[in-house]
Design a protein around this ligand. Structure first.
Ligand code: AMP
Length: 280
């Protein structure tokens, strides 16, 4: 696996592989890799002949009081994991390589970026869209692989790709969970033993909503109440949002009549966690 630090290097590799007729798959990450990330690498390997993974803790998607400084950066461990998965290239640029001094250009997916996590984290999706657009221009992938775990991110990036006619196929892979149901996340590393137990309330609240749906409940208000009640029952968690929305527009729905996104975000201690399920 080739490790690239510069735009020029990774673009050269990508163009070289394309000129040999290989399909380029791209997996953007912030590192601190876990099985969720590796599932994306495996999906990319299954569909593409040349797989590039990026590790970049993107400062523009963090708010001023968020965890940019303490976000885990176990680079050697990540590199070894990707080596074992037989990724072809790892792009791990410095911040200055991605944001040259004086950079003034951003990509903003209006409206959608202010919903769900975008509402709780102002500016977050502007940072995400900007870095992903930029990485797409650098890597020039045929297909890019994202996790359903970040469902609002998927909605924002799909819209960006459509609106800007970016020549990239968006591939979205299922949420990978721990054995007890907790959605894998690099931020799970922040949790104490006690918080780790409280964190299960997210997947539990979604399981409750799914059970009510399967028992015939279609009212979004009722389903949401059921989910919120589960979260309220866990003193170690503080609800940020519990939302039942259209997966593309992220608009609230009244009834679950077509595929519908049920998304939850909650603070466990100071750690903000998210999870979701699609019903219907
Ligand atoms: P991150 O490193 O948190 O920016 O995540 C990089 C990619 O991995 C994103 O597309 C995430 O949606 C995806 N991802 C993170 N956690 C999981 C998970 N538990 N299951 C599937 N994909 C995930």
């Amino acid at each position: 696996m080739k490790v690239c630090r510069t735009i020029e290097e990774v673009r050269g590799l990508s163009r070289g592989a394309r000129s040999e007729g290989r399909r380029i798959g791209f997996v953007p990450t912030m590192g601190a890799l876990h099985e969720g990330h590796l599932s994306l690498v495996r999906a990319a390997k299954a569909e593409c002949e040349f797989v590039i993974v990026s590790i970049f803790v993107n400062p523009t998607q963090f708010g001023p009081n968020e965890d940019l400084e303490r976000y885990p950066r176990p680079f050697e461990r990540d590199r070894e994991m990707l080596e074992r998965e037989e990724a072809d290239a790892l792009f791990a640029p410095d911040v200055e390589e991605i944001y040259p001094p004086g950079a003034l250009t951003f990509v903003s997916v209006e409206e959608l970026s202010g919903k769900l996590d975008g509402k709780s984290r102002p500016g977050h999706f502007r940072g995400v869209a900007t870095v992903v657009a930029k990485l797409f221009h650098i890597v020039e992938p045929d297909a890019a692989f994202f996790g359903q775990k970040d469902a609002a991110q998927v909605a924002v990036l799909r819209r960006m790709v459509r609106d800007l006619a970016l020549p990239v196929e968006m591939c979205v892979c299922p949420i990978v969970r721990e054995a007890d149901g907790l959605a894998m996340s690099s931020r799970n590393a922040y949790l104490s033993l006690q918080e780790r137990k409280a964190a299960l309330v997210l997947s539990r609240s979604l399981a409750k909503v799914r059970a009510e749906f399967e028992a015939g409940q279609r009212s979004a208000a009722r389903l949401r109440e059921a989910g919120e009640r589960v979260v309220a029952g866990e003193p170690g968690a503080r609800l940020d949002y519990f939302a039942i929305v259209d997966p593309d527009s992220l608009d609230f729905v009244d009834e679950v009549a077509r595929p519908t996104l049920v998304a939850v975000a909650a603070y466990v201690g100071t750690t903000r966690l998210i999870d979701n399920v699609v019903l219907g």
